[in-house]
Design a protein around this ligand. Structure first.
Ligand SMILES: [Zn+2]
Length: 212
């Protein structure tokens, strides 16, 4: 008798596209940072949150899911936002307050998914492979004193100065970018934070997410 094997869908591969968001939850999962997922309805925020909770297994991180505006479609290329500017402003002020309250170190934009990316469902790296990298990064970072290993090279310092001066990143966000850069280096099992790690970390620091 032939038995049908039911394939359990992989929690990461079931999300079409969203490579940037998938990478962000991988980084945050190393120490279970609080995250905020900002995107329009149907972009995959809830699936990403589920995958994040699995990857962050020993931690119980706060996760904020939010629309970028009251109607949800601000910045979406496929549908126009119909919100009036004051309503958008109020919405984003509330969102900024929530981000502060939960001290979200990693802010992730989850844009509307293009049709061709939806067809990519079932491809991409499986959750188990990402989980393995996270476990190795945790082992690599174990035993390091809090705040240790966060020394930057000259390029890293220059990059932080640019972020502070030109992008107006607050001291809290700069410190958080350094913590996130440390985790990105840990994922590579690299004892030093390089400018490239910091450049990636800054992308998760909320620059431009509120478009202020
Ligand atoms: Zn809107």
């Amino acid at each position: 008798m032939k038995t049908e094997r039911t394939q359990i869908p992989d929690l990461l591969q079931i999300i079409g596209g969203q490579a940037h968001a998938k990478r962000a939850i991988e980084v945050a999962a190393v120490t279970g940072m609080s995250i905020v997922l900002i995107g329009p309805p149907g972009s995959g925020k809830t699936m990403l949150e589920a995958a994040y909770r699995v990857l962050a297994e020993p931690f119980t991180p706060d996760v904020v899911e939010a629309w970028p505006c009251p109607c949800g479609y601000l910045g979406d290329l496929s549908r126009a936002c119909r919100c009036r500017p004051p309503a958008v402003f109020r919405h984003q002020a509330r969102l900024a307050a929530a981000i502060e309250e939960y001290q979200c170190d990693v802010q992730i934009e989850v844009p509307a998914v293009a049709y061709r990316e939806l067809r990519a469902v079932g491809s991409g790296e499986p959750l188990a492979a990402v989980r393995l990298r996270i476990l190795r990064a945790r082992a690599f970072g174990e035993g390091r004193p809090a705040g240790g290993g966060e020394e930057l090279d000259l390029d890293g310092h220059r990059l932080l100065e640019v972020c502070e001066d030109r992008l107006g990143l607050s001291a809290r966000r700069l410190a958080s970018a350094k913590r996130v850069a440390r985790l990105i280096a840990d994922l590579e099992e690299n004892p030093r934070i390089r400018a490239a790690h910091l450049a990636e970390a800054v992308q998760y620091s909320g620059i431009g997410e509120l478009r202020r």
